[in-house]
Design a protein around this ligand. Structure first.
Ligand SMILES: NC(=O)c1ccc[n+]([C@@H]2O[C@H](COP(=O)([O-])OP(=O)(O)OC[C@H]3O[C@@H](n4cnc5c(N)ncnc54)[C@H](O)[C@@H]3O)[C@@H](O)[C@H]2O)c1
Length: 449
């Protein structure tokens, strides 16, 4: 295993598509030592064409696992619907898999399948492949998109809840004892509702009459998207109790960064980078705006505190979860997949200081508290050996370099919020003009005589 990993590292060093100084510090080799010598597994990665799914698929393959990516390419279709695109030129899945084979000699297979709609094919696939683990990323993942229209609300519920229910039924029907590893979100807990540190999934409570209990943490979703993750969590509880499904639910923070040591091996392996108002997540959006010379758009007071994790750690956490499945009969395992929490305006000020752009406070399109505290436990992953990457301005450079390289692909009119939680929020944002956003160079050219 070590030889394979060092070979990959060597390739990372000689690759030229992304500056090597900027690839995240932690190598798969160092981490593999902390992760023990678990046997290679057969893994289905549902949603493996996406922002988290693709680098995770490469990482798992690099670690010696046999990876099959399952995806219906719906995220690429939503880009077409929104008239937007990944800032980075992501390649078709066939090209991605071929490039991985050329660069590493390893196979990743791709199956185009809709988890929410093609149930029979899903059962057949599980029966045929007999995976040890199924990683479930295959959901509509943008809170703003889920709040855009009644059509996108209904799509998000049908796709996410239907897909998760199908997965449980398909595992049961196939008779394969596959461990399901699902990506949930920190947003299932709500923000700052526990009155202290948010525990990992379950919370000790005292019920009326002084009865002590340990229950699933109350759900407090802030969007239709977050509501689907809460509904997923109940499905895991039910099928775990009824059919003894082995499930790990990972409540992940906001993912930032672009490349990992594996995606940096070849430009054809590059990861997706979303920067638009619907899919661009907060830190990546700020880093993109900073690199493009566009004022940072902070919603409301910027007093929202959020949890963050670097994309390289997403992949590592998934492997830790795969290598540490619940035992038969155990309850649903829940981890908080976060590195740290930060306040949005503090992050904006950090990026502004680094890049020299202004910070613009704009009306908040979201129905949420102006300010919140957030204290989250992440002890379980740390106890398994994770040493999380924190917001390191050195790693900001990696994102900035990627953004600058592909800045000609940016449509600045897509940066401002384009989805509003309710009529009141839409009215408050009515004066935001997408056309007013110009890249630094455009501004300079426009000002020239
Ligand atoms: N990106 C983040 O910051 C973040 C944070 C917390 C949790 N998550 C969770 O992680 C998971 C992956 O997020 P992401 O950022 O990679 O999203 P993404 O949209 O980039 O990737 C999701 C992938 O799933 C596919 N997909 C969606 N519905 C499908 C279906 N019915 N059948 C087959 N494929 C389907 C899409 O085509 C896409 O490739 C999501 O479940 C998301 O909720 C992401």
């Amino acid at each position: 295993m070590k030889i394979i990993i060092w070979a990959s590292l060597l390739q990372a060093v000689v690759s030229f598509s992304v500056p090597k100084t900027s690839v995240p510090r932690s190598s798969s080799a160092l981490f593999a030592e902390a992760n023990g010598s678990a046997a290679p597994k057969k893994i289905l990665v549902l949603g493996g064409d996406g922002f988290c799914g693709w680098p995770t698929s490469l990482y798992l393959s690099d670690q010696g696992h046999d990876v099959v990516v399952v995806d219906n390419l719906s995220r690429r279709n939503i880009d077409l619907e929104l008239g937007c695109d990944s800032l980075t030129p992501i390649q078709p899945m066939e090209v991605r898999c071929q490039a991985w084979k050329e660069v590493t000699g390893k196979d990743i297979r791709f199956v185009n399948l809709d988890v929410a709609k093609e149930y029979d094919l899903l059962v057949q696939l599980i029966e045929k492949e007999k995976p040890d683990s199924i990683v479930h990323f295959a959901e509509q993942r943008a809170a703003p998109y889920s709040m855009k229209t009644s059509k996108t609300k209904r799509y998000t519920v049908d796709n996410n809840v239907g897909g998760s229910n199908n997965l449980c039924c398909a595992v049961i029907d196939s008779g394969v004892d596959a461990h399901i590893v699902h990506l949930g979100t920190m947003g299932v807990y709500g923000y700052g509702t526990s009155g202290g540190e948010i525990p990992e999934g379950y919370i000790d409570v005292i019920l009326p009459g002084g009865r002590e209990s340990n229950i699933l943490h109350p759900a407090y979703p802030g969007s239709v998207y977050h509501a689907t993750k809460c509904l997923d969590a109940l499905l895991w509880q039910f099928y775990n109790k009824n059919d003894q499904l082995r499930v790990t639910d990972l409540h992940q923070g906001i993912v930032w960064g672009t490349n990992t040591p594996q995606t940096a091996l070849d430009e054809r392996l590059i990861n997706r980078f979303d920067y638009d108002g619907d899919y661009g997540t907060v830190l990546n959006r700020f880093l993109m705006q900073g690199a493009m010379g566009v004022p940072l758009t902070v919603y409301g007071t910027g007093g929202q505190t959020r949890a963050f994790i670097h994309i390289s750690d997403t992949a590592r956490c998934i492997e830790l979860a795969i290598n540490n499945p619940p035992k038969p009969g155990d309850r649903v395992e829940i981890f908080n997949q976060v590195a740290e929490t930060r306040r949005v305006r503090d992050i904006a000020n950090l990026v502004a200081k680094l890049t020299g752009v202004e910070v613009n406070y704009i009306p908040n399109p979201r129905q949420e508290a102006d300010e919140n505290e957030l204290d989250v436990s992440n002890k379980k992953f740390c106890n398994l050996g994770l040493d999380p990457i924190t917001l390191d301005t050195g790693l900001f450079d990696e994102v900035t370099e990627v953004v600058k390289k592909y800045k000609s692909r940016c449509n600045p009119q897509k940066i401002l919020p384009a989805s509003f939680w309710n009529k009141k929020r839409a009215e408050a944002c009515a004066d935001l003009d997408p056309k007013s956003v110009k890249l630094a160079e455009e501004k300079t050219e426009a000002a020239a005589p």
